[in-house]
Design a protein around this ligand. Structure first.
Ligand code: SF4
Length: 363
């Protein structure tokens, strides 16, 4: 069943997909989604692709807006490689292959693996669990490489890198990404170590994405992460944008910033800076200078997070996910009715993480 599909995902498939995406991606939406439909093995994936196609051809859909802005704003080497790696290797082929393997092995196979390549970090944010670490430990390149070789044997093509600050190891990360060019490397980073030479290497690799830590506007971000960090991060974001890389934000919400990071002004600022997706994490008081007062009280009635799901403007698009619950919240600004994807945190990896998009429903 998989061999035939695998053969299709050769150079010819990638070349054809790239051609459609590079030449009028708007007009070629149907051709691109039809190609993906042909590759889909499961009925569930076929149904999801039909839903996606319907949304992408709808001129009022925010998903179409997100797709078109990605096609024009992201370097072709990056968007084409990510599309093949994420949609094809990781999802359409990877997930059914993993389910087949699970039946054979008798245990779960994760969809993604989270790796902390280092516990070192150049910042010292309040309440960071990494603050308790020694700041001396690295996983060496050979071990990182071995994890990914073995992961790919299990058809895992999505690797999340966290830390510490993973970009302390940026040369090794680029080396890994180049070697494992069928996988996606999603880096949770404080953003302060990104410079132009690194961005250029990431574009060449094509398979690296970023979730940049931002905890609100300048004052809120700096109060947790340190004076001047917000401006440094915004400079890095400008570099990522200039080089056509694909990036989102990672926001930790707590008692003091929850209203701010759920406000339309905050989301507008992020969209303006070219962020295309975002993760929200609940503040957990462990690590350096952790402060129990930062914790959110239990919700009574609608919470700002829930309210934020309804905010946004029809002309703007951004994908929001909840890293804490593993549930993808919604796309901001659903222009036509409700748009949602649910990610169920079903299969936990022995390594650390597996959030698996088992059910995608779009209305
Ligand atoms: S939160 Fe991230 S950037 Fe801040 S100290 Fe911890 S690892 Fe470093």
């Amino acid at each position: 069943m998989f061999d035939g599909a695998k053969k299709v995902v050769g150079d010819k498939f990638v070349g054809q997909l790239s051609h459609y995406l590079s030449h009028n991606p708007e007009r070629n939406i149907v051709k691109v989604t039809n190609m993906l439909y042909k590759l889909a093995i499961t009925d569930e994936h076929k149904r999801q692709i039909n839903d996606v196609q319907r949304l992408l051809v709808d001129p009022d859909s925010n998903w179409r807006e997100l797709y078109l802005s990605t096609m024009t704003g992201v370097d072709p080497r990056v968007r084409n490689r990510l599309m093949v790696n994420f949609l094809v290797h990781s999802a359409l082929l990877g997930l059914p292959q993993q389910r087949e393997l699970e039946a054979k092995l008798g245990h779960g196979v994760p969809w993604a693996i989270l790796i902390d390549p280092t516990d070192r970090c150049n910042l010292r944010c309040k309440g960071c669990w990494a603050g308790e670490y020694t700041h001396k430990n690295d996983l060496d390149y050979a071990l990182l490489d071995r994890i990914i070789i073995e992961g790919e044997e299990l058809h895992i093509h999505f690797y999340v890198l966290s830390g510490g600050e993973p970009l302390v190891r940026r040369d090794d990360i680029v080396r890994l990404a180049r070697k494992h060019h069928d996988s996606v490397f999603h880096i949770f980073t404080n953003g302060t170590l990104i410079d132009e030479p690194f961005a250029a290497k990431c574009v060449e690799a094509g398979n690296i994405t970023f979730a940049i830590s931002v905890d609100g506007f300048e004052e809120s971000t700096d109060s947790r992460r340190g004076q001047g960090v917000f401006q440094k991060v915004m400079h890095s974001v400008d570099i990522l944008r200039q080089y056509g890389l694909f990036y989102g934000f990672s926001t930790t919400y707590h008692r003091n910033n929850v209203e701010e990071v759920c406000s339309e002004a905050y989301i507008d600022m992020l969209i303006e800076k070219g962020f295309r997706f975002g993760w929200y994490f609940t503040y957990i008081p462990i690590g350096a200078d952790s402060d129990l007062d930062f914790m959110l009280p239990p919700p009574s009635g609608p919470t700002p997070m829930r309210e934020s799901m309804r905010c946004g403007k029809p002309s703007q698009s951004l994908l929001l996910t909840s890293g804490t619950t593993g549930r993808l919240l919604t796309a901001v600004s659903p222009a036509a009715g409700v748009t949602s994807i649910s990610m169920l945190r079903e299969r936990w990896s022995h390594v650390r993480l597996s959030t698996m998009p088992t059910a995608i429903s779009m209305k």
